[in-house]
Design a protein around this ligand. Structure first.
Ligand SMILES: Nc1ncnc2c1ncn2[C@@H]1O[C@H](COP(=O)(O)OP(=O)(O)OP(=O)(O)O)[C@@H](O)[C@H]1O
Length: 304
């Protein structure tokens, strides 16, 4: 497996507080990695560290095969573009001038590719309009264009759709997919908007209290989510006994319901419940959403 970024016991402490606590994560080449966590979980801290804006105080990260402790880590960082927190744009400048400025900062020899970049992010026809008059979505896209100015093959976006309207969200989504599919850019996106992430991500890393509690591909997550059957019964104690006998991986829910994971024979379940004088009131196959997967993950595990 080729990783663009991996971290090994990465730790960052602010006074006594461990914003990152022995974090281990792996971003595969070519992936769209959804970095999921609540506010304050440590997402931005990880991004600040890999961008070189702050230093870790424990563990390490490896970016394009180079450890962060190496003197030439900047060479790896040059292959990466990032929009951290709010996009750094000059509000009194047009999109084109903002990009020119970034080309100068990067010391690029010419403005070659600038028009293509503006087109790519859908800002070709903004002319003399200054960034201060842009919508939030346009500013976000300009921020992404600036991050792409050095022609990176790894793009890091911190909460890119925060505060955007539905149209703005769609535009950012389409842009990210295009960059990934057509330009082979690996993308790391931090977000807590799970529904949106589920339309993009090929891999997920779930962070909680500075630790990576689960890393899973979208494919495996989908498979795990599909094999869920929600049952409603008349007697929960009987159901718990039966599920224990059947060795079924399950989760008890309120309102006389439970989710059963993995393969299970419904007829066997119904017979076993009938033997316990328990009625099987309903059975639904559930496509467990990313959101409920996440809630299960952070809210305590399943019972076996
Ligand atoms: N410079 C700092 N000094 C002290 N504490 C900090 C600093 N930066 C972050 N923290 C704390 O570290 C924790 C992780 O913050 P971080 O910004 O990484 O979270 P996040 O997952 O990005 O959340 P959000 O979605 O709110 O941005 C938080 O509890 C935050 O208050």
């Amino acid at each position: 497996m080729e990783y663009i970024l991996s971290t090994n016991g990465l730790t960052k402490t602010y006074r006594n507080y461990k914003a990152l606590n022995q974090l281990n994560m792996h971003v595969e080449k070519g992936s769209i990695y959804g970095f999921v966590g609540k506010n304050g979980a440590g997402k931005t801290t990880l991004i600040r560290l890999i961008c070189g804006l702050q230093k870790p105080d424990g563990g390490e990260y490896i970016l394009y095969g180079r450890k962060n402790s190496r003197k030439d880590i900047e060479k790896s960082r040059r292959r990466m573009g990032a929009v951290v927190e709010t996009p750094s744009i000059y509000l009194n400048m047009t999109a084109r001038d903002n990009l020119k400025e970034q080309y100068r900062i990067l010391g690029l020899p010419s403005f070659e590719g600038l028009d293509e970049l503006l087109k790519l992010v859908g800002l070709s026809d903004t002319g003399s309009k200054k960034a201060k008059n842009f919508s939030l979505g346009m500013r976000q896209r300009l921020g992404i264009a600036i991050a792409l100015a050095g022609n990176p093959d790894f793009l890091v976006l911190d909460e890119p759709v925060n505060g955007l309207d539905p149209q703005g969200i769609i535009e950012i989504r389409e842009l990210i997919l295009k960059l990934n599919h057509e330009k082979n850019i690996t993308v790391l996106i931090s977000s807590h908007i799970l529904d949106e992430l589920s339309r993009l991500a090929t891999h997920y890393g779930f962070i909680e209290n500075g630790q990576l509690i689960k890393e899973i591909s979208a494919k495996d997550l989908e498979a795990a989510c599909r094999k869920c059957i929600r049952v409603t019964v008349s007697d929960m104690e009987a159901l718990a006994r039966v599920l224990f006998q059947l060795k079924a991986d399950h989760q008890i829910l309120p309102d006389h319901q439970a989710d059963i994971f993995g393969e299970i024979s419904i007829s066997k379940l119904a017979i076993a419940l009938a033997n316990e004088n328990c009625e099987l009131l309903s059975v639904h196959e559930r496509d467990e959403s990313l959101e409920s997967y996440y809630v299960n993950l952070v809210g305590g595990g399943r019972h076996e």
